[in-house]
Design a protein around this ligand. Structure first.
Ligand SMILES: [Zn+2]
Length: 447
């Protein structure tokens, strides 16, 4: 790694590691914008076609990531011609492959035998795949309650999975500690600046693919993707490719209820979010909040109408585009939405939506089956009131028995009442309720 200098803007310390945070003053480390030749000299085949902007390694670990195509919305009228960058076309189905490619290359060149990282899943799928190719042992720290297909994909690539904590923050902390005690290379996206350097190639590719972009819609998550895109545009400006950075819109979920649709959108406000705020102000963008239930609906419509199967967190971008067309009057044909990850990573969520409600679950009494259905309705925010649950179940069994089930579920701590003062009780799922659903799903054979 020779051409990239990591330094702290605040205390001017030059880091001799790939840490995202300054060891001395704990502020964000930076990399000086890189100046390269004209964009017309670059013919894209993979992300590494842009290697003038990337760290230099003697050996690169690649699965042909990057150079993802752009397409346009054709059938969703209000946002027709919205440009979509298909990041889910990367080797393991998410933009995280760009980060993992650079990080695993770095680990390989430093002759590391073990690598550890924490995330809400997609990054660790990438990490496990690239580590597999590099012959490095990967340990993947995930919070509990993730979609099962994520965990299984990591294991398929030979990665070890440890489920720690209820939030990704707890998993991230454990991964740092684990890397110290086991001398493993720390790959967590929020800890390693090479995440940003790899993911920034999305912006550089966009400049080469689409010159006339005025805004860009990005899932907020922990903030690393927005940081990365901004970083890419800094390099593009330094190299004379463009004059201004497009307005960046950061999409997150409304904090009204618990949902497990998009773990990667639910991270608590982090220190990175302060940095994101500055970027939004500087680029004249803004924060956009959307409903979890709208998001899953948009994901299913995108598959049905446009043939694109993406995970709920990515569909947040489509929901945000609809909102922006109304409120900000963005020029849709000059706006890009980044579709970050494949629907395969959230297969269980889509499967439960398609199945609708289950009339008989193998091995359960009718009464337990109804409780399980009710839990699923509440967890998916499909119905949160007794009456709407009764309607969703096709008015069978009786209304009274639905209220009995709700009381019993509440007593068991699987659901709780959100607005107790309202005449109608509104229910939300508890953490314990979500865990129960996940355990049930692991056991049940659907027919
Ligand atoms: Zn510092």
């Amino acid at each position: 790694m020779t051409n990239i200098e990591v330094f702290c803007e605040k205390c001017k310390t030059i880091a001799n590691t790939t840490q995202l945070w300054c060891e001395k003053c704990k502020e964000l480390n930076k990399v000086q914008p890189i100046e390269a030749c004209s964009y017309s000299n670059y013919e894209l085949s993979t992300m590494w076609s842009l290697n003038d902007f990337l760290p230099q390694f003697s050996k690169i670990m690649t699965l042909s990531e990057g150079n993802t195509p752009c397409t346009k919305i054709s059938r969703d009228k209000p946002i027709k011609d919205l440009i979509l960058k298909l990041e889910f076309r990367n080797p393991t189905g998410s933009f995280r492959d760009r980060a993992a490619s650079v990080i695993v290359s770095d680990a390989l060149n430093k002759k590391q035998k073990k690598i550890v990282g924490a995330s809400t899943g997609s990054f660790n799928i990438s990490l496990a795949a690239y580590s597999a190719k590099a012959g490095i042992k990967s340990t993947n720290i995930l919070p509990l309650n993730l979609d099962l297909s994520k965990k299984e994909q990591i294991q398929l690539y030979g990665g070890e999975v440890k489920e720690i904590g209820e939030t990704v923050e707890e998993a991230v902390e454990f991964a740092s500690e684990y890397s110290r005690t086991t001398s493993s290379y720390l790959a967590t996206p929020e800890s390693n600046i090479l995440t940003i350097e790899g993911q920034k190639t999305i912006a550089l590719e966009l400049v080469i693919q689409k010159k006339e972009i005025s805004s860009i819609i990005v899932p907020k998550g922990s903030g690393t993707l927005i940081l990365s895109i901004f970083r890419g545009y800094e390099d593009a400006i330094k190299s004379g490719w463009i004059e201004d950075i497009p307005s960046i819109y950061a999409v997150s979920l409304k904090k009204t209820h618990v949902s497990h649709f998009a773990e990667s959108l639910e991270s608590k406000p982090s220190k990175l979010h302060e940095e994101v705020k500055k970027i939004l102000v500087q680029t004249k963008g803004k924060d956009i909040e959307i409903d979890a239930s709208v998001m899953i609906d948009k994901a299913m419509k995108l598959a049905k109408n446009e043939g694109l199967f993406i995970e709920p967190a990515s569909a947040s971008v489509i929901a945000a585009a609809h909102q922006l067309v109304e409120t900000e009057q963005i020029n849709v044909s000059r706006t890009v939405g980044i579709l970050t990850g494949t629907g395969i990573n959230a297969l269980n969520i889509f499967a439960s939506q398609l199945r609708g409600h289950q009339k008989a679950v193998w091995g359960l009494s009718q009464s337990s089956t109804t409780k399980f259905e009710i839990l699923n309705f509440i967890a998916n925010n499909k119905a949160n009131y007794g009456i709407s649950i009764w309607n969703s179940l096709g008015k069978s069994p009786t209304k009274q028995s639905i209220y009995q089930h709700l009381n019993q579920l509440e007593k068991k701590g699987l659901i709780s009442v959100i607005e107790p003062k309202m005449k109608q009780k509104k229910y939300k799922i508890t953490r314990k309720g979500l865990e129960t659903i996940e355990r049930m799903r692991a056991l049940i054979d659907y027919v």
